[in-house]
Design a protein around this ligand. Structure first.
Ligand SMILES: [Cu+2]
Length: 146
C-alpha cells in the first residue's frame, strides 16, 4: 500500500456478499462462579471467540459489505487484520470520504457499514474489538479467504 496517494474507491466495486456482525455485551448465564455473579460476555453474532472455530469464510479477491451493528451501551472499535476497511455508511447515512481504516469505531447502539476488498492474502485471520477487556471477554472472530 505504500505510495498509494489516492485510495482505490471501493464504492465502485461490485459487491460479492453482504454480512452482518452484531457486537453485543451482557452477563453470561453461568451463575455457578465463585464471585457471586456471572462473567461479562462480549460476543459477535452471539458467540464468544473459539480458536477452533472459523466464523466467516469469504471468497478470495472478492469485495464484501459488512454491516457492523453494536447493540451495547459501549463503543466497540473493531479491528480487522490484514484487510483495511472503507466506511460507506454510518447509522444508515452515506459517508463519502474515501479512506482506508484498519480500525472502525462502532458507536454505542449504532451501526457502521464497511466495504472490504479481501485480496492479497488468503488464510486465516482475526477480527476483534480493540478494547482489551472486550477482546478478552470473547469479542473476537476468525475469518478465512479461499
Ligand atoms: Cu468493545
Amino acid at each position: 500500500m505504500a505510495g498509494q496517494a489516492i485510495p482505490r474507491n471501493l464504492r465502485t466495486a461490485s459487491v460479492a456478499a453482504e454480512r452482518e456482525l452484531i457486537f453485543a455485551m451482557g452477563m453470561d448465564g453461568n451463575m455457578d462462579g465463585d464471585m457471586g455473579g456471572g462473567m461479562m460476555s462480549a460476543t459477535i453474532n452471539g458467540l464468544v471467540f473459539d480458536a477452533t472455530r472459523v466464523d466467516t469464510t469469504v471468497q478470495f479477491d472478492s469485495v464484501e459489505d459488512w454491516l457492523l451493528t453494536n447493540t451495547s451501551p459501549l463503543d466497540h472499535p473493531m479491528h480487522l487484520h490484514v484487510w483495511p476497511m472503507q466506511i460507506i455508511e454510518q447509522s444508515g447515512q452515506p459517508v463519502d470520504t474515501i479512506m482506508w481504516q484498519d480500525v472502525v469505531n462502532i458507536p454505542a447502539r449504532s451501526s457502521m457499514r464497511v466495504r472490504i476488498a479481501c485480496d492479497d492474502f488468503s488464510g486465516r485471520i482475526e477480527y476483534h474489538c480493540h478494547i482489551l477487556d472486550h477482546e478478552d471477554s470473547g469479542m473476537m472472530g476468525s475469518i478465512t479467504a479461499n
